[in-house]
Design a protein around this ligand. Structure first.
Ligand SMILES: C[S@@+](CC[C@H](N)C(=O)[O-])C[C@H]1O[C@@H](n2cnc3c(N)ncnc32)[C@H](O)[C@@H]1O
Length: 340
């Protein structure tokens, strides 16, 4: 059990008289022993998959509209991406009864104390319930049910260009490259554009699509490709859907933890792959991604990625594919290309 779940557990008397409880953004694998939530909601597909078997009737992937004013209380785990918090709190408050209780729990190193300040946007009555295991549990009493939740309220757009033509992408707090194109991604897009004729054929996968710049550019350059875009984050997938609409691009957009949900083999893999998670670096996802990529690629399929220069991608790619070309390099980023 994660420390924040342990803190909830030791305060379970707070939840005893609550019959309709919403749990939002729980940690992976933590079933919230001792609580009986009516509904558990996550935007992280890994968390969804880890709890699906234990909570088949109550867990949902994504912020589907709540029955307004249904819940007596909501327990929100502080998200790793700071920008996500306001979205999660707005979502929770749209489901609370007038006078409902809003609990917030998280680790101090994840910024729970400053996150708790946001509770004052929803309540005049906010206080700390308990503090232990480097975590804090906060409580707010919310006088009125908030207006219905609409994700569109949190979305905006930013500009990018494909071959000099101005385009727009959707963006949302908590999703990578909020309000601006990432400079690593920009470097990759230039190389995709330069190599499009040779490598963009058949099934093309944008791994970790975020708000969608990579796949969308590939499809604009070569409309005949079958584009697939995967991400682990529901907010990213929703952002990508909106970006595709804005650019009149069709794609198959679906959740996948790494390659798990990608069936069969693809002809090209394009990515600015994830390399860290929250406060700690996580090389595992990327290493596993490269290792497994080969098995999911057709013969002569291309893998083109951009990554921070300090990550040891060249070695990993060479190890698995036998060669690795560096197509572009800045002080911070490198674009790598290989083929099967
Ligand atoms: C560096 S961002 C790139 C986003 C976008 N492609 C861009 O270039 O702006 C990496 C993306 O990978 C997603 N991601 C993280 N872990 C993942 C996993 N295990 N499987 C699939 N996607 C993952 C993140 O949610 C994030 O959107």
């Amino acid at each position: 059990m994660q420390p924040s779940s342990q803190l909830v557990k030791r305060n379970e008397d707070q939840f005893e008289s609550i019959s309709e409880l919403l749990v939002l953004n729980p940690p992976k694998d933590d079933v919230q022993d001792g609580l009986s939530p009516t509904k558990v909601v996550t935007v992280d597909y890994r968390v969804f998959q880890s709890l699906e078997a234990a909570l088949p009737d109550s867990i949902t992937f994504g912020l589907q509209p709540l029955d307004r004013g249904k819940f007596d209380a909501a327990l929100v785990f502080v998200p790793k991406a700071k920008g996500e918090l306001n979205i999660l709190l707005s979502y929770a408050c749209s489901g609370l009864k007038p006078g409902g209780k809003l609990f917030l729990v998280g680790a101090k190193k994840e910024g729970v104390a400053s996150a708790a300040k946001q509770l004052t946007n929803w309540s005049d009555n906010v206080y700390k319930v308990d503090s232990a295991k480097h975590c804090q549990l906060w409580k707010a009493e919310v006088a009125e049910t908030a207006k219905p939740f609409e994700l569109a309220q949190f979305m905006s757009t930013f500009k990018f260009s494909v071959n000099g033509e101005p385009r727009e992408l959707a963006t949302i707090p908590g999703v990578f490259s909020y309000e601006r194109l990432d400079i690593g991604t920009e470097l990759l897009l230039a190389q995709i554009s330069a190599h499009a004729d040779k490598m963009l054929k058949g099934r093309v996968l944008d791994f970790g699509c975020g708000s969608g710049p990579i796949g969308i550019m590939a499809k604009i350059l070569k409309p005949e490709i079958e584009l697939e875009m995967v991400d682990i984050n529901w907010l990213a997938l929703e952002c990508t859907k909106r970006s595709c609409e804005l650019n009149q691009v069709t794609a198959s957009i679906y959740p996948s933890d790494g390659w798990a949900a990608v069936e069969g083999r693809v002809n090209a893999v394009l990515s600015n792959p994830p390399f860290h998670e929250g406060v700690a670096y996580d090389y595992q996802t990327s290493e596993r991604f490269i290792q497994q990529a080969k098995d999911k690629m057709n013969k002569y399929a291309v893998l083109m990625i951009v990554a921070n220069g300090f990550l040891k991608y060249a070695t990993v790619i060479e190890h698995h594919f036998g060669r690795c070309d560096v197509l572009a390099e800045t002080t911070k980023f490198r674009v790598y290309k290989t083929y099967r």
